[in-house]
Ligand binder design. Structure first.
Ligand code: HSE
Length: 442
């Protein structure tokens, strides 16, 4: 909601001058002519909110920019038309966005955690105030997926979304695959190269992917999926042997975020969502997404199958998405914040995780004796699990050479049946280490 006192200029305040904020400062300068050509306006950065006024900066700010450590200097400044929030975290960011909207300012944010976990009141406030609340940078960095779902695919019914949404995890998994590194060495390397945060938990434990998935679900299906209800499994405990065995079987292990529409036993349409490491067949495009890249595969009823690939993090790629949102603000676009007409989105009808159907990879460390496979196969058969592939690797590189990995791939079954089979196998005291299972994409 801008008062257009200077119609050829959009005055903005920027909260956060880290990687993304610095990237935006650079882009505003480097692409100033493009911005004017596209919108007929100049985007003028007036104020920047930082935590520490004396910290050395990665970028040189234009001479007239005011640096402040008081958020009210941004939110209460009537000369600012819009606020960009790239400060991260939830409490201060939420305060900034909320106060900016209260003051009738449009907001651009990259904050997936805030929008996924506590976004509904902010969307409600933006709706009430008639303000833009844009968040292209919050999902998959430079990949223009938020606008794609809100606008380009708005006339489609979406069936499924599956993607690699965390660059740090994908980098680690790629290095474990190509260089045969163990998890700890690959993580250390990612941290040294600046991909992974000093505290990488959100990335490697899957919650960053889950935040992005939660936003994608809202955009694709027009429902709110309660964030804590998304089943999340990260890659922290992934072992090199599983990467190696999966590879030999024709798969790469990837950290996947997935949602799809399924019918339950009563033929009611429900959403099945989750974040999990999975075996991806090498002929799938997702298996070939390497390094810190992100990718997303969408299936829609009219558009069919679409695949997006690009940089999900980094200064300029993320700033590219922030700037696109700012250009929409500069063009006075009408708010279409959630992508849906009704301001209050219904809760998602969700499939219980136990009912979710998938193929599985199972690795059991066993003693190599006659009949061990028969005993395990018996447990699987008792739960109606159909095995598609069985391999015992006596020569596999394991920490304990007196046991061998027995790997089973299954046809489609439920998570509930797999848990029951594992319980049976454990009761027979066959595994010498905890059984490892992963979903297999088919
Ligand atoms: N930490 C994220 C990643 C980037 O590694 O992909 C920001 O969402």
């Amino acid at each position: 909601m801008q008062d257009h006192s200077e119609p050829n200029k959009l005055f903005i305040g920027l909260a956060g001058l880290g990687t993304v904020g610095s990237g935006l400062v650079t882009l505003l300068k480097d692409n100033a002519d493009i911005i004017r050509k596209r919108t007929g306006r100049s985007i003028i950065l007036k104020k920047v909110l930082v935590h520490n006024l004396n910290k050395p900066r990665k970028v040189e700010l234009p001479p007239d920019v005011v640096l402040t450590d008081n958020l009210h200097d941004l939110t209460d400044d009537p000369t600012l038309d819009a606020i960009v929030e790239v400060i991260g975290g939830q409490d201060t960011a939420s305060q900034i966005i909320s106060k900016a909207l209260d003051a009738g300012k449009d907001v651009v944010t990259a904050n997936k955690a805030l929008l996924a976990e506590n976004g509904l009141p902010l969307f409600a406030k933006a709706n009430e105030k008639g303000c833009l609340l844009r968040y292209e940078a919050s999902v998959a960095g430079a990949i223009p997926i938020v606008q794609t779902l809100k606008e380009s695919l708005a006339g489609n019914r979406i069936f499924s979304l599956i993607g690699i949404l965390n660059g740090t995890s994908n980098y680690i998994l790629s290095r474990m695959t190509t260089e045969k590194l163990d998890f700890a060495s690959a993580l250390k390397e990612a941290q040294e190269l600046g991909f992974a945060e000093a505290d990488p938990s959100l990335d490697i434990d899957g919650f960053d992917t889950a935040h992005k998935l939660c936003l994608l679900i809202r955009l694709a299906f027009g429902v709110h999926y309660n964030f804590p209800d998304i089943p999340v499994q990260g890659i922290r405990n992934l072992q090199a042997i599983d990467i190696q065995l999966a590879n030999e079987l024709g798969y790469h292990i990837k950290l996947i975020g997935q949602v799809r529409e399924v019918s339950d036993t009563t033929k009611t349409s429900k959403l099945e969502a989750g974040v999990f490491p999975a075996l991806v067949p090498l002929h799938f495009l997702l298996a070939r997404v390497d390094g810190s890249f992100n990718a997303l595969h969408i299936t829609a009823n009219a558009a069919g199958s679409l695949f997006f690939h690009g940089r999900g993090a980094g200064d300029l790629p993320t700033a590219s998405a922030v700037l696109a949102d700012l250009l929409a603000v500069a063009r006075h676009e009408s708010p279409n914040n959630t992508g849906y007409f009704e301001p209050n989105l219904p809760m998602a009808l969700t499939l219980s995780p136990g009912q979710a159907a998938s193929c599985y990879y199972m690795r059991i460390m066993v003693e190599d004796y006659p009949g061990v496979l028969r005993d395990i196969a018996g447990c699987m058969a008792c739960e109606q699990i159909n095995m598609s592939h069985v391999v015992q690797r006596a020569d596999a590189n394991t920490s304990n050479s007196s046991y061998v990995p027995l790997v089973i791939l299954t046809h489609e079954t439920t998570a509930q049946a797999m848990s029951a089979a594992i319980e049976r196998i454990n009761e027979l005291k066959l595994p010498k280490e905890p059984i490892v299972i992963f979903k297999v994409l088919a």
